[in-house]
Design a protein around this ligand. Structure first.
Ligand code: AMP
Length: 113
């Protein structure tokens, strides 16, 4: 399978506004923000969807959520943010490399569209 755009960002082949990085993951600003704060948190491991995750990924997936909260604190939005993972094309997934959307800085409705 060819690399997704996120693998290219991880490899430094295309630029991104990276605001957090560690051995396991990366967080960068979404190129088409849907809220004043819109950050993507991705694992460096190229898991296409949550369906591809296995028990060995448990720590990694938990780490992504803790990093999301760390980013929210850093961005000053820890009191109110939405964390979204679109799993599968039918749910709106366009890039097949697992990612959390961290959205904040405006009010949100429920259910989401
Ligand atoms: P999803 O629809 O859940 O797969 O979300 C993919 C997200 O990636 C969208 O919100 C896009 O705006 C975002 N995106 C696509 N290409 C880039 C890029 N080069 N840099 C930052 N965000 C991107």
């Amino acid at each position: 399978m060819s690399d997704t755009i996120f693998t290219k960002i991880i490899n430094g082949e295309i630029p991104a506004d990276i605001i957090y990085e560690d051995d396991l993951c990366l967080a960068f600003r979404d190129i088409n923000p849907q809220a004043p704060v819109h950050v993507l948190i991705i694992p460096k491991k190229p898991l296409p969807t949550l369906n591809n995750a296995v028990s060995a990924d448990q720590e990694l997936l938990g780490h992504l959520m803790l990093v999301a909260n760390r980013v929210a604190v850093k961005e000053g939005v820890a009191d109110a943010f939405r964390l979204v993972l679109n799993n599968g094309a039918g749910a709106g997934q366009e890039v097949f490399h697992i990612h959390f959307h961290l959205l904040a800085g405006r009010s949100f409705t429920w259910p989401p569209g």
